[in-house]
Design a protein around this ligand. Structure first.
Ligand code: RB5
Length: 365
């Protein structure tokens, strides 16, 4: 059993006492601060550290202590996958596990003495989640997390994000223009993709890091090691990759090649090379046009079959038909687009659209 433990300054003494008890019980403890009671150490920083360690399974469970235990619970519960419960006696400690499957216990250093805290910890650690009727309730919490609208269950909807930023709209106007040259078209597609990726990466988790400025030591933030993969659908998707890599230079790039079977009109895979650890990465599938949605769904199918889990789709221009097709099968895939156009014509082209993005990128008309 590995337990991550953390406190703020107000919870420091109780944390030390709990840590001694855990280590005396042959439990592996990771201590993520505070380092003393005197210096202010903000509880959200400790909650973030410990919460991420538990959410990523670096540790099995976590214990967080602040003055009341309340701030730690509020902060840790912001992390997806964390169920942090404040307990103030043995019964609440046990129920936090039996009913709520709490993976983090929070305690109040100014409210609970050391012996009581140890009894609470013992109850919490030795109890088992009862599942049965409580399982569906935990599932509902997980669903709230996945929806991204935890405060409003009515909004458990597939997510389509369209960008109304003037810079993006201005550039989209230029690439729609049939007189725009291949060179300018190519440059603008990269630029728009780069701008869009800001929004697509908004929910990447951060972790607190200590940084020495020329003046003092402070807490700053760094991406918490979440790895990314960009997966262009060949060939037009290639036109967006460099723009994204300028912002996320460490992302790995996979490639998916699909063609349309002339008889069945279904997309057929002819190439697929993805990063070996695709299951651990946040994946952005990129294709400038989301038209019928056939290629996008086939690409998501492929990535999922190879173990991909957290997938979003980035398209410069989307048709409602394509958005519906993707979300019918994969409501959990967020779609980011710079423009949601009117419809598809009889040939499957987006109207008003911009023509064939591949031909316009590579000058192959
Ligand atoms: C710090 O003084 C105190 O506010 C904090 O430890 C905690 O009780 C917050 O919930």
């Amino acid at each position: 059993m590995r337990i991550a433990i953390g406190s703020d300054h107000a919870g420091y003494h109780l944390k030390v006492c709990i840590k001694e008890y855990l280590e005396g019980s042959s439990i592996t403890v990771g201590d993520f601060g505070a380092n003393g009671p005197a210096e202010p150490f903000d509880y959200p920083d400790a909650a973030n550290e410990v919460g991420l360690k538990v959410a990523r399974s670096d540790f099995d469970m976590g214990i967080l202590v602040c003055g009341t235990g309340i701030g730690m619970a509020i902060a840790a519960n912001k992390i997806s996958g964390i169920r942090a419960a404040l307990a103030y006696d043995e019964e609440t400690g046990r129920l936090a596990r039996q009913h709520n499957n709490a993976n983090i216990l929070t305690l109040g250093g100014r409210k609970t003495d050391c012996q009581t805290a140890i009894r609470i910890v013992k109850e919490w650690l030795s109890a088992d989640f009862e599942a049965s009727r409580h399982l569906s309730r935990i599932e509902k919490i997980r669903k709230m997390e996945r929806s991204g609208h935890a405060c409003d269950p009515l909004h458990d909807q597939p997510r389509l994000v369209t960008f109304d930023h003037p810079l993006i709209q201005h550039k989209v106007g230029i690439i729609r223009d049939k007189h725009t040259s291949v060179k300018v078209f190519r440059e603008l597609v990269q630029e728009i993709a780069g701008l869009m990726v800001y929004e697509a990466t908004r929910s990447l988790p951060l972790e607190a890091v200590k940084v020495e400025t020329p003046l003092t030591t402070t807490t700053a933030y760094s991406l918490s090691g979440k790895k990314m993969a960009i997966v262009p659908i060949l060939r037009a998707g290639l036109g967006m990759v460099d723009g994204i890599l300028q912002l996320i230079p460490n992302a790995k790039v996979g490639h998916i090649g699909l063609y349309r079977d002339p008889e069945t009109l279904e997309p057929v895979e002819y190439y697929c090379k993805l990063p070996g650890d695709i299951g651990e990465r946040d994946i952005i599938i990129v294709d400038p046009m989301l038209a019928t949605g056939g290629s996008a769904v086939a690409a998501i199918d492929l990535v999922k079959r190879r173990g991909g889990r957290k997938i979003s789709l980035l398209s410069l221009i989307a048709a409602p038909e394509g958005v519906s097709k993707v979300h019918e099968k994969y409501p959990e895939v967020d779609i980011f687009t710079a423009a949601l156009d009117s419809h598809l014509n009889d040939h499957g082209y987006i109207v008003p659209g911009l023509g064939d993005a591949g031909d316009r990128l590579f000058g192959t008309r």
